[in-house]
Design a protein around this ligand. Structure first.
Ligand code: SIN
Length: 285
């Protein structure tokens, strides 16, 4: 099916497209359906020059699904659905600066994430995305067979048994703004087991489901698990599976955590401020 209401401009040979002709603050049903179709096709979609209020960003997110609240990061006081990601000059910690897929440490990880740029560095601070359908499909048939029944064990940042960090606050200590957002997860789980190969519930395609939260593989000896995880994480972020998005104020990215990994680049020293909403997902199978 083609597109009647939007223009779709792919940004690389493998993942990501800029969608033109969309006002996210005023989205009719037909345009929303085409945005959704393009999103399923390209895994991450980008919008430029959006001037939307927090209420409008939340309303757009709710059309995709229920809001997923971060278990140990506090949202804005007036809009708890929105996690404000801020980095000031000389902050040492960059949120999300390793390849990962959001909330993989949760039994029902976030289905989607949207990030809306409020302030951006003069240069740098791009976000990279990697297509995990391709990561799966480019493995050899014997490798796909060998890993087909493996389950991963995934742990939230700062909760790893061998992370050497005594608390979440310590992990974020070099970025005081993000450190102040830490809250106790209470009874919300920060560990989860998932299939290494998952099936996307909407496209029915298979995906390599791995990321920085993956700590070990169920039933494997530690050295075996480390070697296989290393190989698969390197493979999953091969440059030919990726795109790189340059932010402008008013840009919004919407990505599908079920089939992409992403990574924020820590190559700048200006203020960067983003409004992030995650959308609830189901149990991976
Ligand atoms: C994230 O990992 O959600 C943040 C990505 C970014 O700030 O570019």
């Amino acid at each position: 099916m083609g597109y009647q209401h939007i223009e779709v401009e792919p940004v690389s040979g493998s993942v990501g497209a800029v969608l033109h002709g969309v006002d996210l603050g005023n989205l009719d049903d037909q345009t929303f359906d085409e945005v959704h179709q393009a999103w399923m096709e390209h895994c991450v979609v980008f919008f430029r020059d959006q001037a939307i209020t927090p209420e409008q960003q939340i309303a757009f997110a709710r059309r995709i699904g229920d809001i997923h609240f971060h278990p140990y990061m506090r949202g804005l006081d007036e809009h708890p659905e929105i996690l404000e990601i801020v980095k000031e000059p000389n902050d040492g910690y960059t949120f999300g600066s390793v390849w990962h897929t959001d909330q993989m440490f949760n039994p029902q990880p976030a289905m989607a994430t949207m990030l809306y740029a409020k302030e951006v560095p003069a240069r740098g601070g791009d976000t990279m995305f990697s297509n995990q359908y391709l990561a799966y499909e480019t493995l050899s048939a014997p490798m796909r067979y060998a890993i087909s029944a493996i389950r991963t064990f995934n742990v939230g940042d700062g909760f790893r048994r061998n992370s050497g960090k005594s608390s979440r606050a310590e992990r974020y200590a070099t970025n005081p703004i993000m450190q102040a957002k830490i809250r106790d997860p209470g009874n919300v789980p920060t560990e989860a087991a998932h299939p290494l190969i998952r099936t996307h519930p909407e496209t029915a395609r298979k995906v390599l489901y791995i990321g920085n939260h993956t700590q070990t593989l169920d039933g494997f000896d530690e050295k075996e698990a480390d070697a296989l995880i290393d190989f698969l994480r390197n493979h999953s972020a091969r440059p030919e599976f990726t795109c790189r998005f340059r932010w402008e104020v008013g840009s919004l990215a919407l990505w599908d955590n079920r089939c992409v990994q992403h990574q924020a680049l820590a190559d700048y020293n200006d203020r960067r401020r983003m409004h992030r909403i995650t959308i609830a997902g189901d149990t991976p199978f």
